[in-house]
Design a binder for this molecule. Structure first.
Ligand code: ADP
Length: 474
C-alpha cells in the first residue's frame, strides 16, 4: 500500500505544535507495518539544511497559468522518505504560518504534492492530508480522479488535528487557484468566505481526528466551530484515533537531552533532572518543593485564562511554577509579570525553545498542567506520563481519553482531572495533586501507572492501516 502523507509541519524539519510530532512519527510507523509511506512538506527557511540529501529533483508544477519547474529536496531524517518543496517565495519566511497569503502558500503545496507523485510515477493508494492546508489537495484529488487515470484509484483521508483553524480566505481567489468548478467552489464556501477546512471535510473519502472524545465533541455546536452540522452529516466517515508517542524520541531511558537517565524501575535520575531544571531557570535548589510545569502555545485554547486569576493561589500552595510558551502577547506579558513578582518561585521561557528544553522540563518537573479549554489530543500529557511527571488536566478531548484521575483506594489512575472550566476547579485539582505528592508511596503509584502506559505508535499505526484498507474497500 502506498501512502502519500502531506503535512505543513514535520519533526525534525519544522514544528509549531503536535501536528509536527504526529507527521514525524506516523509515516515512519506505517513503514514498519510494511506500508510504503512517504511524507511531503515545504522546505521552509527554518529547516536545517544538514538534514537534506544531495539529490534534488525538478518537478513541473502548473500554477497560476504557468508551468513552473520547482526543486524538491529529499531527506530520510524522519524515518520515512521525505520530499521538501522548495518555493522560496512562499516558504522562506520568518514564521511557518500567519501571513495574508497562507491560503495561496498551502494551495501551492497541495498542487506541488500531487504533481510530485505523478512526476515520480509513484501512484498513491492513499493521499493522507492534515488540517486546513490539506483541504486543497483533497478537493483537487477528487476533481482529478474524474479525468486523470493516474489518480483514478487513489483515495483520500483528511485528519483533523484542530478544528478551530479553518484556512479562511476571499472566495474571489478560488478561480485563479483552479477551484472554479461549481461543485468545488460550493464545497469551499462558508458564511461568505472560502474555507479550506470545509473543502477538506466535504471532499475526503474518510475523516479522522486525533482522539475518540474529540471526534464526538466536534459534532456538537459548542465545539463544532460552525461545522458540527457537516461532521454530524459525515459521522459514519469520521473516526477518532488517539495519537501515539514516539518513544524513540520521548524516552527517559535514552533521552540525550536530559541530565540523567531514569526508568520506572529506577527513578533516581529524575532528581538530577529536577536539579538541572531548577538551575536552568535560576530557581533555588529546593528539591523538596514540587515543580508544576506547562509547555504550550500561548493561545486561549490552552487555558491561560484559568491560570491568570490563580497566580497568587498557585504559589500559595508552596510550589515552583515553570512555563515555556510562545504566542499571544497578553499571555507572554502575564508570565513575565508573574515571574517578576516571584522570581524565586516562577521560571519563564518565552518563545519557541526547540526540543531540548521541552524534554528537560518534562523530565525535571513533578507535575504537568494542561487546563485546556479544548484539546483535540494533546501530546504533552502522554510525554509527561512517560517521564514520571504527573499530569493535571481538564477533562476534554484527548486529555479526557488518556488521563484517569487517581483513586487512592483502588490504586488506579495516572493523573488528576477536573471538568468545569473555572479557576476554582483547577486550583482544587492542584491542591489534590499536592496532597498526594506529600505521600511518597501514593505518588510513586501514580507515577508508575503513567510510566507503564503504552501509547506507542505501532499500535496506533495499525488503526490507520485498517482505516486505509476500509477506504480502499479491501
Ligand atoms: P498543540 O498541537 O495544540 O500545540 P500538543 O500538546 O499536541 O499541542 O503538542 C505540542 C508540542 O509542541 C509538544 O511537543 C510541545 O513540547 C511542543 N511545544 C509547544 N510549545 C513549545 C515551545 N514554546 N517550545 C518548545 N516546544 C514547544
Amino acid at each position: 500500500m502506498r501512502i502519500a502523507f502531506l503535512s505543513s509541519e514535520v519533526v525534525p524539519f519544522a514544528k509549531t505544535g503536535g501536528l509536527a510530532d504526529v507527521a514525524g512519527a506516523l509515516p515512519k510507523a506505517l513503514r514498519k507495518h510494511n506500508a510504503d509511506a512517504l511524507v511531503i512538506l515545504p522546505l521552509y527557511q527554518q529547516v536545517d539544511r544538514n538534514l537534506l540529501s544531495d539529490t534534488v529533483i525538478e518537478v513541473p508544477i502548473d500554477w497560476r497559468g504557468h508551468t513552473r519547474l520547482t526543486r524538491v529536496f529529499q531527506s530520510d531524517a524522519a524515518g520515512a522518505p521525505a520530499y521538501l518543496i522548495d518555493a522560496p517565495q512562499y516558504f522562506s519566511r520568518s514564521a511557518i504560518y500567519g501571513f495574508s497569503d497562507d491560503h495561496e502558500r498551502f494551495a501551492f503545496l497541495g498542487r506541488a504534492a500531487l504533481s510530485l507523485v505523478r512526476h515520480l510515477d509513484w501512484q498513491p493508494d492513499i493521499v493522507h492530508t492534515n488540517d486546513w492546508p490539506g483541504g486543497f489537495p483533497t478537493i483537487e484529488l477528487r476533481a482529478r480522479r474524474r479525468f486523470d487515470p493516474f489518480f483514478e484509484k487513489t483515495r483520500s483521508i483528511f485528519s483533523i488535528h484542530n478544528l478551530a483553524y479553518q484556512g479562511r480566505f476571499d472566495p474571489a481567489d478560488l478561480w485563479w487557484m483552479g477551484f472554479d468548478d461549481y461543485r468545488d467552489k460550493n464545497d469551499f464556501l462558508l458564511e461568505g468566505t472560502a474555507s479550506a477546512l470545509k473543502a477538506g471535510l466535504l471532499s475526503a473519502d474518510a475523516l479522522s481526528t486525533v482522539s475518540r472524545r474529540y471526534a464526538y465533541e466536534i459534532q456538537t455546536p459548542e465545539q463544532g466551530n460552525g461545522l458540527d452540522w457537516l461532521l454530524r452529516q459525515r459521522r459514519d466517515r469520521l473516526l477518532g484515533i488517539t495519537n501515539g508517542v514516539d518513544y524513540d524520541l520521548w524516552n527517559p531511558e535514552t533521552d540525550p537531552y536530559i541530565a540523567a537517565p531514569f526508568s520506572a524501575a529506577d527513578l533516581t535520575g529524575k532528581q538530577e533532572c529536577k536539579l538541572d531544571l531548577l538551575r536552568r531557570f535560576g530557581l533555588p535548589e529546593e528539591l523538596n518543593r514540587p515543580i508544576i510545569a506547562i509547555i504550550s502555545r500561548l493561545v486561549a485554547q490552552k487555558g491561560y485564562d484559568l491560570i491568570k486569576p490563580l497566580a497568587r493561589g498557585i504559589l500559595d500552595t508552596g510550589c515552583f511554577f515553570i512555563a515555556l510558551g510562545a504566542g499571544a502577547k497578553e499571555y507572554e506579558d502575564f508570565l513575565q509579570s508573574w515571574h517578576d513578582a516571584a522570581p524565586h518561585r516562577v521560571g519563564v521561557y518565552k518563545g519557541y525553545a526547540g526540543e531540548p528544553l521541552a524534554h528537560q522540563i518534562e523530565a525535571g518537573a513533578d507535575m504537568f498542567l494542561m487546563p485546556s479549554q479544548y484539546e483535540p489530543c494533546g501530546l504533552n500529557q502522554m510525554y509527561s506520563m512517560r517521564y514520571g511527571t504527573v499530569p493535571i488536566v481538564r477533562a476534554t478531548g484527548g486529555l479526557d481519553d488518556t488521563v484517569e484521575n487517581f483513586d487512592e483506594r483502588r490504586g488506579t489512575g495516572n493523573g488528576f482531572k477536573f471538568r468545569e472550566y473555572v479557576p476554582g476547579a483547577l486550583l482544587e485539582k492542584i491542591r489534590e495533586a499536592l496532597y498526594f505528592y506529600a505521600r511518597p508511596e501514593a505518588w510513586r503509584a501514580i507515577q508508575l501507572n503513567g510510566m507503564m502506559m503504552d501509547n506507542s505508535w505501532p499500535t496506533v499505526a495499525q488503526k490507520y492501516i485498517d482505516l486505509y484498507l476500509r477506504v480502499l474497500g479491501l
